[in-house]
Design a protein around this ligand. Structure first.
Ligand SMILES: [Zn+2]
Ligand SMILES: [Zn+2]
Length: 202
């Protein structure tokens, strides 16, 4: 029986969601490491992107767009008025529309559909707010190893280093227990630790 306590993973039983308040991503302007932060891992509405290298700053609320729609019958001639304005930055409550059939001008109340735009990343792993590629990602033996931030990466490292992996909760919901198998299997341990070390120094 082994009693080498430093080899036992002693990290907290942390759910992955708890890491999701900070993400290191690739800056969309200068491609350096930038930070995406938010106060609440269950709501990203106050999310912020900040790059120390090029000073680029973006807020999640600036990603909100409105699709403004009207589908009504003309007050004057009864023809269908079908109108859509996509990707507006502000909600519109009233709009003056000319009937395409009789040209009567009328003030109408459109429907506003709110949605969020994101970056079009080609990476498989991105932050959930802006959808920018995670900075801490690398391929190892055909698999993708990634972490949201340095604390996340550190916990993965400590887990892989530990020889005794104790079941932390009865329901297998913690971050480390849900790591992909290729990270957990003993034969990959040294390869994983090598790439983790590379990411730590990235
Ligand atoms: Zn930048
Ligand atoms: Zn009309």
């Amino acid at each position: 029986m082994e009693h080498n306590s430093h080899l036992r993973y002693s990290g907290l039983a942390t759910v992955r969601r708890s890491y999701m308040t900070e993400f290191i991503v690739e800056c969309p302007k200068c491609r350096s490491a930038a930070f995406v932060t938010c106060d609440n891992p269950y709501s990203y509405c106050n999310g912020k992107l900040a790059c120390a290298n090029c000073s680029h700053v973006e807020h999640a609320e600036s990603l909100i767009r409105y699709r403004v729609l009207i589908k009504k019958y003309c007050n004057n001639c009864g023809s269908t008025i079908d109108y859509t304005a996509p990707e507006l930055k502000e909600r519109i409550n009233k709009i003056n529309i000319k009937c395409p059939a009789c040209s009567a001008l009328q003030e109408l109340q459109p429907r506003n559909e709110q949605y969020q735009i994101q970056y079009k990343s080609t990476s498989k792993v991105n932050d959930p707010i802006f959808s920018l590629p995670l900075w801490l990602q690398t391929e190892v033996k055909g698999n993708l190893l990634w972490a949201y931030n340095r604390r996340h990466l550190q916990d993965i490292k400590e887990y892989v280093e530990s020889k005794l992996r104790e079941r932390q909760t009865t329901r297998y919901t913690t971050m480390v227990e849900r790591l992909p198998t290729f990270i957990k299997v003993a034969k990959n341990r040294s390869a994983i630790l090598k790439v983790v070390e590379r990411l730590i120094n990235k």
